[in-house]
Write a protein that binds this ligand. Structure first.
Ligand code: MN
Length: 218
């Protein structure tokens, strides 16, 4: 991701004073696929909590001052041991949610180089969607499913908890193009235990314009 996309997505982007980025749309903008109450709690409570805990954990580590979020989550193994878990869980939570809000928007179309690459690497959009849903629905417990790019080659991976494929400790690495939050807090109010309905509904609100931007900026 380029510096311009980082600053666009992450408000104050430095360790110790990370801030909640604006959602960029109303809590009800994704209705009926994701309900307004879920969006509000998810953004204002869950996402804010990751940021607060991340800032608390790193503020006393003066050698981390000025480091970007992507720098931190990309080098967890070399950070002071006492902040590694906080950066992994809360830094990951901050990055993942900042990314997630931007990849949601109703009414966009898949076009351009991303469409060509999905067809090349998965055979068809339908094949890709089935494989992505399988990864999302099959992620045990809390986590995420991702469409990632490695030098333009697309693949699907899942991560537990708030891990993501940019982390140095990720078993499968790559640059996220789209991602879905499959923690219960992302869907439980509306879908209860029916994660599969939520992951199917996700296709109505994927921001393909942002996905194309992510893909081409990698
Ligand atoms: Mn979440």
């Amino acid at each position: 991701m380029t510096p311009s996309l980082i600053s666009e997505a992450f408000g104050k982007p430095f360790a110790g004073n990370f801030e909640l980025p604006p959602l960029g749309y109303g809590f009800d903008a994704l209705e009926p696929f994701i309900d307004a109450q879920t969006m509000q709690i998810h953004h204002v409570k869950h996402h804010q909590a990751y940021i607060t805990k991340l800032n608390e954990a790193v503020k006393s580590e003066t050698q981390l001052a000025g480091k970007s979020l992507e720098n931190l989550i990309g080098s967890i193994n070399t950070l002071p041991e006492k902040v590694q878990m906080a950066v992994r869980n809360h830094g990951g939570g901050h990055w993942n949610h900042s990314f997630f809000w931007k990849i949601l928007k109703p009414g966009t179309q898949l076009n351009g180089t991303l469409k060509e690459s999905i067809n090349r690497d998965f055979g068809s959009l339908e094949n890709f969607q089935a494989a992505f849903e399988k990864a999302a629905n099959g992620q045990f417990g809390s986590g995420w499913a991702w469409l990632i790019s490695n030098q333009g080659k697309l693949s699907i991976t899942g991560t537990p908890n708030q891990d993501n494929p940019l982390m140095d400790l990720a078993s499968v690495k790559g640059k996220p193009v789209i991602g879905i939050d499959v923690w219960e807090h992302a869907y439980y109010l509306k879908y209860q235990n029916r994660r599969g309905e939520y992951t199917k509904a996700f296709w109505n609100i994927v921001n393909w314009e942002q996905a194309e931007k992510n893909y081409n900026t990698l």
